[in-house]
Design a binder for this molecule. Structure first.
Ligand code: ASP
Length: 356
């Protein structure tokens, strides 16, 4: 009930959440555990999505959420829960991570991912990998099996090979939908129309389910934040980045402190949105820092940091959880694929924003 109130507040990205209101959200259970996940934010509107497609998204989000929850319910760690949920989303062509990732300007999928352990503040990340089926797993191996935090491109893949990873062809990640998106992005670039502008005429009546329309304007990164029975937090994020990206562009998702952050003392955060803005604001760490330095409640910190992104004219959203099991899922886009499940029985899967 109290969590529901917090969520209702967080749906209104521009709403002011007072500290007094957020403080009312202390959950009743003594030792909560659970997780929150997202599958990207963007122009995701009910009128653009067929009931069948919506059902597919809901089913996959539910499957990933419940897989992560099962890990926690069985006494597993927050890190393992994050890996379980994100791996399932990476393997689904519906989301912009792993299979179904967006294409860069060369028509190649270049993948970024990161993970952080709130108990130790250990972190791992990979960027620009082209042949790793589940980048979130490699990010974890960077964290646990290397002395480094971030490995990129061929070096990251060499590290994976040493660990015995089977590398996959880049074609494994590509889908027709993403190929079409790249074609449209290039056409828009040529005609000088704003990148990402939705051009109905390009769809040629060829999109009965609204799949292309729905995905045209969404970022589609996936992420998960979890709180385990031991009270440890973890966060992970995985993405293909942004369609038609060039010159080895890397967004916020693999940047610790921007797209991902976890610290037991404060919170765990995974972001999605226009990565350049999330890097400039230092979104994930800023949310934690507000809690750490000023004792600001999670929901207030998350809202205020997203407002900084909006002030720079960036958009997107975050999911965040603190040690007491408070949840925040604010976004300033039309929708965000998102959901959670907790040991007090509360659970949800949501896609669209509040009607405006
Ligand atoms: N934040 C990601 C990036 O900029 C994109 C996304 O969230 O979908 O690479």
């Amino acid at each position: 009930m109290k969590r529901a109130f917090l969520l209702a507040a967080s749906l209104l990205a521009t709403a002011t959440v007072t500290e007094a209101a957020a403080e009312k959200t202390v959950p009743p259970m003594a030792k909560p555990f659970g997780l929150v996940l997202h599958g990207g934010a963007g122009v995701i509107r009910r009128q653009d999505m067929s009931p069948e497609l919506e059902a597919q998204y809901r089913a996959k989000l539910t499957e990933a959420r419940d897989a992560g929850y099962a890990v926690l319910a069985n006494g597993g760690t927050a890190l393992d829960a994050v890996i379980a949920a994100v791996t399932l989303l990476e393997n689904s062509p519906l989301f912009n991570a792993g299979k179904g990732a967006v294409l860069d300007s060369e028509g190649i999928c270049e993948l970024d991912a990161s993970i952080m352990d709130g108990a130790t503040q250990a972190a791992g990340a990979v960027a620009g990998v082209q042949h790793i089926k589940n980048p979130i797993k490699l990010a974890r191996d960077v964290m646990e099996k290397s002395p480094h935090v971030m490995l990129i491109g061929q070096g990251a893949e060499q590290f994976a090979r040493q660990l015995g990873y089977e590398l996959v062809s880049n074609d494994y990640f590509k889908t027709d939908m993403r190929r079409k998106q790249l074609e449209r992005a290039k056409a828009e670039e040529k005609t000088g129309r704003k990148a990402g502008t939705m051009l109905e005429e390009h769809l040629d009546g060829n999109d009965p389910n609204g799949f292309l329309r729905v995905n045209e304007h969404k970022y589609g990164t996936v992420g998960c934040v979890a709180l385990d029975r031991a009270g440890n937090l973890a966060a992970g994020t995985s993405t293909g980045g942004m369609t038609n990206k060039k010159f080895g562009r890397v967004g916020d998702s693999p940047i610790i402190g921007a797209g991902t952050y976890a610290n037991n003392a404060t919170c765990a955060v995974s972001a999605t949105g226009w990565g350049e803005f999330f890097i400039r604001v230092g979104v994930a760490r800023d949310i934690a820092a507000q809690m750490e330095y000023k004792g600001v409640p999670l929901a207030v910190a998350a809202e205020s940091v997203l407002a900084k992104v909006a002030a720079l004219k960036g958009d997107g959203g975050v999911i965040a959880i603190d040690r007491a099991g408070h949840v925040a899922m604010p976004f300033n886009t039309a929708g965000m694929y998102r959901g959670f499940r907790f040991s007090d029985g509360t659970q949800t899967i949501e896609i669209f924003g509040a009607a405006k």
